[in-house]
Design a protein around this ligand. Structure first.
Ligand code: NAP
Length: 563
């Protein structure tokens, strides 16, 4: 079997288009692409050319001769996506290459080149910029609330998943292209309004994601010792808004409600050997707290059974390679029951991994993770702080209590309204048609407003899912521009810089970000780490002022121009 896709797969499908024999599926035009947990190489059709390896932005594809021991399960995971065939028989569609999605062609019109403001700088934003900048002359101005770009790749992906963070290499390339400008440390809705941006751009594309997690409305949530898994993610990733989060790890047990991939990330970090984490870009304050941690067990609790586990197979396999994961006897029995009736291949594989987990009755020898099933949270117990969670056995009136000093919910994200745009509260998205924002009151498009990523489609998919999603939005935007539906900006690129400086003098540009990036990497080199992050905005601004004269120069120019 020549090549294998492994855990870090980001689903951006660059490999699909690079493959000369169409042996990587599902392709973005196949029905299961949107829900697929990863992409898979057909072992019988692969011709071992390595084109996919070069195309993959996160280094997730390896030749079979270089599959590391912990990646071995992925050989079977890739193979099992394809139907059984007699040896040597290839799949019929191997002669049909995956159709390359057509680029969003922009036809020149008006005085100014197509100029687009993108709000947010995570994967959906960067893939949208990437697509726009394939067209000659197009200008992209990207606005980000934090002084650092790349959204969830920097602040969401777990520090021990450095391969996944390699996506930033692609984003760095996009940001270095002619026509691209960063306006970091600028919050749209606070420093600037939608109308400010629309005046100076043909279109404003919101790729601002889903900032908030869903809250569990049960008694006791809100007590000291309760919180959300996503706050912990921000805390260990050095997100400035979570640096001062009080995370008390002086207790033996943590309970996490919900068993999606975020819960797995948090449980893995809370139980990892701090010496291993010390080789990553984890925030220094979090590392120090983890070194002092008393946590011996993180219990990940789901309200439904094993068959409905929300985590993905690649993440489960990865977890079992790095962490000790156990099940109670009654949950082992549930897994066996579900296995007996499992219908689809993917579910069966997940259950087979669960069936091989150790027994929770065994003594705890190192911090471990326990999955618990069919428990519905009822209330958090405790007076001054959380001491336990009371659950009902789902569908019954039996009660279960799990003692814990830290109770986290990890029940998914919910989109947050975008200032000046309509919002569908129930779905947590900005109402849109193929990325074009629609006012539900009139059914008409909101002139010049577009969306991409989680705020467009809801909180699902992986980093690379945003590539085809953003391409579709850009196709819509380009079609509207070509049809003359977008208003001309009233000023050129300099007017944008002047307007931003007038509202936010501490704006950080690409040179400022490079100064922060370089300093973080240099701090990391001294400790053999990828980087040591700044976790406070003030420190980032100091670094920019010390090492970049560009914002200073721009401020000076703005002052000289009297604006
Ligand atoms: P998620 O996958 O949607 O999982 C949410 C979990 O919360 C489910 O177990 C769900 O159970 C449970 N839940 C929801 N409401 C509940 C309630 N009222 N009481 C108890 N449990 C409740 O959410 P997520 O983990 O935040 O992930 C969000 C997205 O990011 C996913 O698409 C995920 O794959 C992606 N992500 C990927 C990675 C990665 O690839 N490494 C890492 C992080 C996140 P039910 O199923 O019963 O509703």
């Amino acid at each position: 079997m020549p090549h294998v896709i492994t855990q870090a797969c980001c689903n951006d499908a660059s490999c699909v288009f690079a493959c000369p024999v169409n042996c990587i599926h599902p392709t973005p035009d196949e029905p299961d692409f949107a829900t697929s947990e990863m992409l898979y190489i057909d072992p019988d059709a692969c011709v071992d050319c390595g084109a996919c390896v070069r195309a993959c932005p996160v280094g997730a594809i390896v030749p079979h001769t270089k599959v590391a021991a912990e990646q071995l399960p992925f050989v079977e995971i890739n193979r099992s996506y394809y139907p059984e065939r007699p040896e040597g028989v290839k799949l019929p569609p191997t002669s049909k290459l995956a159709p390359v999605l057509p680029a969003a062609e922009v036809h020149k019109r008006g005085k100014h080149p197509l100029t687009v403001a993108i709000v947010g700088s995570g994967p959906a934003a960067m893939y949208a910029a990437d697509e726009l900048l394939t067209q000659p002359g197009v200008l992209v101005n990207m606005f980000e609330k934090l002084p650092t770009p790349y959204g969830l790749v920097r602040a969401g992906v777990a520090p021990d998943h450095q391969r996944t963070k390699l996506a930033t290499r692609l984003f760095d390339e996009v940001a270095a292209r002619r026509g691209f400008q960063f306006f970091l440390n600028v919050e749209v809705g606070k420093h600037l309004r939608h109308t400010d941006l629309l005046e100076l751009h043909h279109a404003v594309l919101y790729a601002s994601g889903a900032l908030h997690d869903r809250r569990l409305e049960i008694d006791g949530m809100g007590l000291p010792g309760t919180g959300t898994a996503t706050e912990i993610v921000g805390w260990y990733n050095g997100h400035p808004e979570f640096t001062d989060l009080p995370v008390d790890l002086s207790h033996e047990r943590v309970v996490i409600v919900g068993n999606g991939n975020v819960a797995l990330d948090v449980a893995r970090i809370l139980t990892s050997d701090p010496d291993k984490l010390a080789r990553t870009d984890i925030a220094d304050n979090a590392l120090a707290a983890l070194r002092d941690s008393a946590v011996q067990e993180v219990v990940i609790v789901a309200r439904r059974g094993p068959v409905a586990s929300a985590f993905t197979l690649p993440e489960l396999v990865g977890l079992t390679q790095t962490s000790e994961v156990v099940l109670d006897a009654e949950d082992h029995a549930r897994v066996r029951n579900d296995l007996a009736t499992a219908e689809d291949n993917l579910t069966r594989q997940k259950l087979e991994v669960l069936a091989k987990l150790g027994d929770a009755a065994a003594p705890i020898t190192r911090p471990r993770i326990r999955f618990a099933y069919e428990l519905t949270p009822v209330r958090v117990l405790g007076e001054k702080r959380a001491t336990a969670v009371e659950f009902s056995v789902t569908g019954t009136d039996q009660q279960r209590r799990i003692d814990a000093g830290l109770v986290l919910t990890s029940i998914g994200y919910h989109g947050t309204p975008v200032a000046d745009l309509p919002f569908d509260e129930a779905a947590g998205v900005v109402p849109n048609d193929e990325g074009r924002v629609i006012d539900p009151a009139t059914g008409q498009r909101v002139p010049g407003a577009y969306v991409s990523g989680w705020i467009k489609r809801g909180t699902n998919g992986f980093i690379g899912t945003n590539k085809s999603d953003s391409l579709k939005t850009i196709q819509t935007l380009a079609a509207d521009y070509n049809a003359g539906l977008l208003s001309e900006p009233v000023g050129g690129p300099r007017a944008v810089a002047r307007m931003v400086h007038a509202h936010q003098p501490d704006v950080i540009d690409a040179a400022g970000w490079k100064a922060i990036d370089k300093a973080e990497i240099a701090r990391g080199e001294a400790q053999d780490r990828p980087r040591v992050k700044f976790t406070r905005v003030a420190d980032m601004l100091d670094e920019v002022k010390d090492h970049s004269d560009v914002p200073l120069l721009q401020n000076l120019l703005s002052a000289l121009r009297g604006r």
